[in-house]
Design a protein around this ligand. Structure first.
Ligand code: C2O
Length: 592
C-alpha cells in the first residue's frame, strides 16, 4: 500500500486544513504574559549586626528601616522578555515614596519610570500607584530601587529578566542562577545623614558596611552569623546575577581561586570574557558564569567586594565577604574535617584607587553583536553634546558656617549647572504644556567657559543653579561626550540615563580631543548599557537614538552627587506616528 503525506478522507482533510489555518494565524503559542506584584512599603525593625562602639554583644543594635513587604533586600521581580508587569506600590510609611525600575526601557510608558519629580509626584502616605510597563528587547538582570532622597539605601531588589520562553541563553545553560546584590549599610538613618549634610554643606557620613544580599559578613564585628553563603556542587556552572545597589561606592568583586566569565551587563549580552575581578558601579548589573572546580577542593573561598575609590573625600574602606562553600555529595567519603575547619582563601583584589584596572576592565566589554543580538549603533549623529561632570561649590548663606570646601557648600554639576529639583513632576509639565515656570528648555550643550578640564582647576569653583533640560525631536541620534573635571579632585562618576540604553563608543584619559579621539571610536561592537563610569580624570563618549518619547533623567548614580546636583533631564518629543507617542497618563498617577 502506498503512503501519502496528505490525508485523503474529506473529514480528515477539513480537520487538517482547520488546524493549518489556526496554526498560521497563531504561528506560536502566546508567550508573553502579565505578571502582578504587590509592594507594600512599611517600616520594619531590623537587628543591626554592626558594632557602633566597642562592646560587640551589647552594641548589636536595633534600628528601624523602610522596606518593601518587610524584606531586606526587597522582593525579586522575575519576568520574561516581552512580559507586562503591573506592580501596585502602596505607601504605609511617613516618607514620600517612588520606585524606579532601573534600566527598564519604558518604551512610551514614561509614567512608570519612577524618579520623583521627574516622571511622577511621589506616592504619599496611605496612597497607591500601579506601575504598568512591558519589558521589550532586554534580558539579563536589572534592579528596582526607591528614587527619592536616600531611601534606596533599604528599598531595592533584583529584577530578573529571563529570555522568551523557548529561547536559550547564548551560553551553556547554567545549573543554577543566584542573584548577588550589593548594598550599603548605615548604622544611622540615611535620611538623617543626607539631610544633615545638605544643611551644613559638608560631605555626608559614610556607610558602616557593605552588604551582599543584605549581609555584611565575617569581616565586620558581630556579623559572622550574617554571612551570605553560596553552597555549590563541584563541576557545575552557576549564573551569578550581580547588582550594585550601593549608594555611593563603586566596587571591585572577586572570588578566591575562581575565574568569572562575564556574559551580560545591564540586561544586554556581551562577548564573553574571563576575569578574576569585576568592577561594578552603582547602577550597573553584571551576569557572570562561575564554573566550580571539578572535585571538592577541601577549602572554602571568600567572595569579597571592596570600594574602587577615586575622589578626595572620606569613604567606607571596609570589605564585604560572602563564602563559597562546596557541598559534599553523600557518596563522597566525608572529610574528617568539618566545613568550618577547612582552609579559607581570600581573593586578590586591586588597590582601592586602581584606575588603570578600571580602564582595562571596561575596555574588554563588547556587545555580542551577533545576527540574533545585533548592536544597532547609530552610525550618523544628528546632535552632539559635550558635558563636563564634576564637583563644585555653592556659597554659604549669611549667618551660617558651612562645612564644605573653604566654608562653602558642596555642589556637583553638569556643564557647571547644578540641577534644582522642581516641586512638580517634569513629565506632567511637559505633557500638559505647562513647562513655563517649571523648567527651562535650553540646557547648555557645552561648557559656557571652556577650561583645561583635567589640568589645574580654576580658582572659582562656584556653580550656577537651575532646572534646565535638553529638548530632542523624536528619533534624534545623539552623541554625548562626558568629561570629568579636576575641580575639587578628579573622580569617577557612574552616569545613568533613564529610558535608553546607550553605546559606549570611546573613552580616554585627559581632555577629550574632538579632532583625534573620534577616529578611534568603536562603532561596530561597543558595549550597550544604561550606566557608564566617566573615567577619573578622563572622558567617555556614548551614542543613543532618542526613540522613546518622554522626560528622561540622567544623573550620577553616586547618590551624594545626585543630591548635590549632578543631574539633568532630556525631553524627547512625540513622533508623528501613533506608535511614536507617549501613552496618556494613568488615572492613579500621584499628584503633587
Ligand atoms: Cu538607578 Cu535614576 O536611577
Amino acid at each position: 500500500m502506498g503512503f501519502s503525506l496528505l490525508p485523503s478522507s474529506p473529514a480528515f482533510l477539513a480537520v487538517f486544513l482547520l488546524s493549518f489555518v489556526t496554526w498560521c494565524l497563531h504561528p506560536e503559542p502566546i508567550l508573553a504574559i502579565t505578571r502582578h506584584y504587590k509592594f507594600d512599603v512599611c517600616v520594619m525593625f531590623f537587628r543591626s549586626n554592626i558594632v557602633m562602639l566597642q562592646n560587640v554583644t551589647r552594641l548589636c543594635h536595633t534600628k528601624s528601616m523602610v522596606t518593601v513587604n518587610g524584606k531586606f533586600p526587597g522582593p525579586r521581580i522575575v519576568a520574561r522578555e516581552g512580559d507586562r508587569l503591573l506592580i501596585k506600590v502602596t505607601n504605609h510609611v511617613q516618607n514620600n515614596i517612588s520606585i524606579h525600575w532601573h534600566g527598564i526601557r519604558q518604551l512610551r510608558s514614561g509614567w512608570a519610570d519612577g524618579p520623583a519629580y521627574i516622571t511622577q509626584c511621589p506616592i504619599k502616605t496611605g496612597q497607591s500607584y500601579v506601575y504598568n510597563y512591558t519589558i521589550v528587547g532586554q534580558r539579563g538582570t536589572l534592579f528596582w530601587h526607591a528614587h527619592i532622597s536616600w531611601l534606596r539605601s533599604s528599598l531595592y531588589g533584583p529584577i530578573i529578566i529571563l529570555p522568551k520562553l523557548g529561547t536559550p541563553y547564548p551560553f551553556a545553560k547554567p545549573y543554577k542562577e543566584v542573584p548577588i546584590i550589593f548594598g550599603e549599610w548605615f548604622n544611622a538613618d540615611p535620611e538623617a545623614i543626607i539631610n544633615q549634610a545638605m544643611q551644613t554643606g559638608g560631605g555626608p557620613n559614610v556607610s558602616d558596611a557593605y552588604t551582599i544580599n543584605g549581609l555584611p559578613g565575617p569581616l565586620y564585628n558581630c556579623s559572622a552569623k550574617d554571612t551570605f553563603k553560596l553552597k555549590v556542587k563541584p563541576g557545575k556552572t552557576y549564573l551569578l546575577r550581580m547588582i550594585n545597589a550601593a549608594l555611593n561606592d563603586e566596587l571591585f568583586f572577586g572570588i578566591a581561586n575562581h575565574t568569572l566569565t562575564v556574559v551580560d551587563v545591564d540586561a544586554i549580552y556581551v562577548k564573553p570574557f574571563d576575569t578574576d575581578t569585576l568592577l561594578i558601579t552603582p547602577g550597573q548589573t553584571t551576569n557572570v558564569l562561575l564554573k566550580t572546580k571539578p572535585h571538592h577542593p577541601n577549602a572554602n573561598f571568600f567572595m569579597s567586594a571592596i570600594p574602587y575609590m577615586t575622589g578626595q573625600g572620606t569613604f567606607d574602606n571596609s570589605t564585604v565577604s560572602g563564602i563559597l562553600e562546596y557541598e559534599y555529595s553523600h557518596k563522597t567519603i566525608q572529610s574528617s574535617r568539618s566545613p568550618k575547619k577547612l582552609p579559607l582563601y581570600k581573593p586578590n583584589l586591586p588597590p582601592l584607587n586602581d584606575t588603570s584596572f578600571a580602564a582595562n576592565f571596561t575596555s574588554k566589554l563588547r556587545s555580542l553583536a551577533s545576527a540574533e543580538f545585533p548592536a544597532n549603533v547609530p552610525q550618523k549623529v544628528d546632535r552632539q553634546f559635550f558635558f563636563t561632570v564634576g564637583l563644585g561649590t555653592n556659597p554659604c548663606s549669611k549667618n551660617q558656617t558651612c562645612k564644605g570646601p573653604n566654608g562653602t557648600r558642596f555642589a556637583a554639576s553638569i556643564n557647571n549647572l547644578s540641577f534644582v529639583m522642581p516641586t512638580t513632576a517634569l513629565l506632567q509639565a511637559h505633557h500638559f504644556g505647562q513647562s513655563n515656570g517649571v523648567y527651562n528648555p535650553i540646557f547648555p550643550i557645552s561648557p559656557l567657559i571652556p577650561f583645561n578640564y583635567t589640568g589645574t582647576p580654576p580658582n572659582n569653583t562656584m556653580v550656577r543653579n537651575g532646572t534646565k533640560l535638553v529638548v530632542l525631536p523624536f528619533n534624534t541620534s545623539v552623541e554625548l561626550i562626558m568629561q570629568d573635571t579636576s575641580i575639587l579632585g578628579a573622580e569617577s562618576h557612574p552616569l545613568h540615563l533613564h529610558g535608553f540604553n546607550f553605546f559606549v563608543v570611546g573613552q580616554g584619559f585627559g581632555n577629550f580631543d574632538p579632532k583625534k579621539d573620534p577616529k578611534n571610536f568603536n562603532l561596530a561592537d561597543p558595549v550597550e548599557r544604561n550606566t557608564v563610569g566617566v573615567p577619573s580624570g578622563g572622558w567617555v563618549a556614548i551614542r543613543f537614538l532618542a526613540d522613546n518619547p518622554g522626560v528622561w533623567f540622567m544623573h550620577c548614580h553616586l547618590e551624594v552627587h545626585t543630591s548635590w546636583g549632578l543631574k539633568m533631564a532630556w525631553v524627547v518629543l512625540d513622533g508623528k506616528l501613533p506608535n511614536q507617542k507617549l501613552l496618556p497618563p494613568p488615572a492613579d498617577l500621584p499628584k503633587c
